[in-house]
Design a protein around this ligand. Structure first.
Ligand SMILES: O=C(O)CCCC[C@@H]1SC[C@@H]2NC(=O)N[C@@H]21
Ligand code: NA
Length: 558
């Protein structure tokens, strides 16, 4: 099937379904704008009057960082390289347990308005401003990727009007977020998660049927080598191994579910701390289902296309268009289903953009330079944010979004860990540590990207030290990097798997932060801020006091 006739498959019913998604999201936003406290207080606008229950919260927590990038990128990743990526699911265990028992108790008991307020309490206002600006930078880039990914891929495969899609989602999202506050964002996230899962399930069912049923599909993916076993290769330059995904992924999860304002805001909007912890626990099954659906979609794509992918047959021009091409190819005889999947794609995008937008508004409103910021945010929605323009030219990689988290989310994670776990860290150490982490992340991130640029694609002599370009994911088959071409020294750092960025950058911030703190005279953090450590030590002290008061035989006699 050639692109030119795929446009024919968008029947009127598909456009109706896509429009229904936008209308339903808008309706939820308006509902919360005109009911309850009508979003008059900041407590309601930002924290839903701290009345949220754990079920909607957990779906919203999952939807926030499950954007179109995962819906489009994960299946393409599994199609090309097999199910190794599925092991990222192992990182969800510690990646959610640590936030549930360390970060949530600390932030909840401090009744923070923004998570960066913790930095002001623990260090000083300057550290808080650095953290806030870093967060804004991270989320604006992430929003750019999140809003552009579906529109670009959709336009390329179906001719769907590019700016129509971007403006439609940007406008609807801005409206219901600004009108309905956090309540609207959480409940639209719930609705959009249902659409997301339904759309993916529909494509998987139809795809398995087209591949000749479950058993035939299984045989094809197994014989195609797409069922990867556990890869325990300790080499940190290999993109996806159990270690980069299962361990490196924990740091990525902590930067998202532990200290990211969008998620912390949801924890703080819970009725009780227990509800907040429960919502964090309930994210686990939601994330596993989301991961399973996108990995299965990749396997079904392989069962249908095998090795002759539409990419090689020049039907599409980039990996990121493959899923949409597959959907149009599979669902062409089911009017309405292409529209359902497009609604699924934009649900993923809307639920991420709205959460990011609401959290940005919260940290800016709270740090009192909101007016100018709101103007900037709204204006950046109208014409292409300069960030997305960069991403438009740099062909998408599924790991673009994940790299942002590693490069910017990682240092932020390090900053909070420095404050929470190291009482001797002081403000100077925190600021310089954060700066060092960001320098490290851009040095390795950009350096890694440049060292994989196509110009270095010539046939590499076996004893070369450059990395084989496969690491950048532009070769479909699983590439074998033979030992001789293994990168060494600086290239070793440049070739680090992007899944280690969060771990490397957060460790850099802690290390440099501690060294600078020792050099500039340690300052013990305010006692009440070390709540978690303080609570544990307090309980232990009480226990030892009780024990010492108990009359022991010897002391009783004397
Ligand atoms: O925006 C996206 O969809 C991709 C970036 C976020 C993905 C991370 S990977 C670990 C965690 N699991 C998810 O489903 N989302 C986040
Ligand atoms: Na989303």
């Amino acid at each position: 099937m050639h692109l030119v006739d795929s446009i024919a498959y968008f029947t009127i019913i598909d456009y109706v379904i896509f429009a229904l998604l936008l209308v339903a999201s808008m309706a939820i936003g308006l509902y919360y704008a005109f009911t309850g406290g009508r979003q008059r207080t900041t407590q309601e606008f930002m924290y839903a009057d701290r009345s949220m229950k754990c079920l909607p919260l957990s779906l919203s927590l999952m939807a926030t960082f499950q954007s179109a990038v995962a819906i489009i990128g994960t299946p393409a990743e599994v199609y090309a390289n097999g199910t190794q990526y599925w092991f990222i699911g192992c990182s969800y265990i510690l990646g959610l347990l640590i936030p549930a028992h360390i970060f949530i108790p600390l932030f909840y008991r401090l009744h923070l308005t923004s998570v960066y307020q913790y930095l002001e309490l623990r260090f000083c206002k300057a550290v808080r401003i650095c953290g806030t600006v870093t967060f804004i930078f991270q989320m604006v880039i992430y929003m750019g990727v999140g809003i552009y990914t579906p529109a670009l891929a959709l336009n390329a495969v179906t001719g769907f009007h590019l700016w129509g899609a971007v403006l439609a989602t940007g406008l609807v999202c801005t409206l219901y977020t600004a009108l309905g506050g956090l309540k609207a964002v959480v409940w639209t996230d719930v609705f959009q998660t249902v659409v997301m899962f339904t759309g993916q399930l529909a494509v998987i069912i139809v795809g398995v049927h087209q591949a000749g049923g479950l058993s035939d599909a299984w045989v094809k993916v197994r014989d195609g080598g797409r069922i990867s076993g556990i890869d325990l290769n300790p080499d940190p330059t290999v993109r996806h191994t159990f270690w980069t995904l299962g361990v490196g992924g924990v740091f990525l999860m902590l930067s998202l579910y532990g200290v990211n304002q969008a998620q912390v805001q949801r924890y703080l909007s819970s009725r009780t701390e227990k509800e907040a912890v429960m919502s964090c626990y309930m994210v686990f099954p939601c994330l596993q289902v989301a991961l399973m659906l996108s990995c299965l979609m990749g396997l079904v794509m392989y069962a249908c296309y095998g090795n002759n992918s539409p990419l090689e047959q020049q039907y599409i021009t980039s990996k990121d268009q493959m899923v949409l091409y597959f959907v149009m190819d599979m669902l062409q005889n089911f009017p309405g289903l292409p529209g359902l999947f497009v609604a699924c794609l934009f649900s993923a995008s809307l639920s991420t953009i709205s959460s990011a937008f609401n959290s940005l508004a919260t940290v800016t409103m709270v740090s009192t330079f909101s007016a100018g910021f709101h103007f900037w945010m709204n204006s950046s929605f109208k014409e292409p944010p300069f960030i997305t323009f960069i991403f438009k030219n740099v062909v998408f990689r599924f790991k673009a979004a994940l790299s942002i988290f590693g490069m910017v989310g990682g240092p932020l994670l390090g900053l909070f860990c420095l404050g929470i776990f190291f009482p001797c860290a002081n403000s100077i150490g925190a600021v310089i540590g954060l700066a060092a982490g960001l320098v490290m992340s851009f040095w390795v991130g950009i350096g890694g990207f440049l060292s994989r640029m196509p110009s270095s694609v010539q046939v590499l002599p076996l004893n070369s030290t450059n990395t084989v370009p496969a690491a950048s994911g532009n070769i479909t088959g699983p590439a074998v990097i033979d030992a001789a071409s293994r990168p060494v020294g600086l290239n070793g750092l440049y070739s680090l798997s992007y899944m280690w960025y969060s771990a490397l950058n957060s460790s850099t911030v802690v290390l440099i932060g501690l060294v600078i703190s020792f050099m500039t005279g340690k300052k013990h953090g305010p006692e009440e801020l070390l709540i978690v450590l303080y609570t544990y030590t307090e309980e232990r002290n009480q226990k030892t006091q009780l024990d010492s008061q108990k009359p022991s035989n010897s002391s009783a006699r004397t």
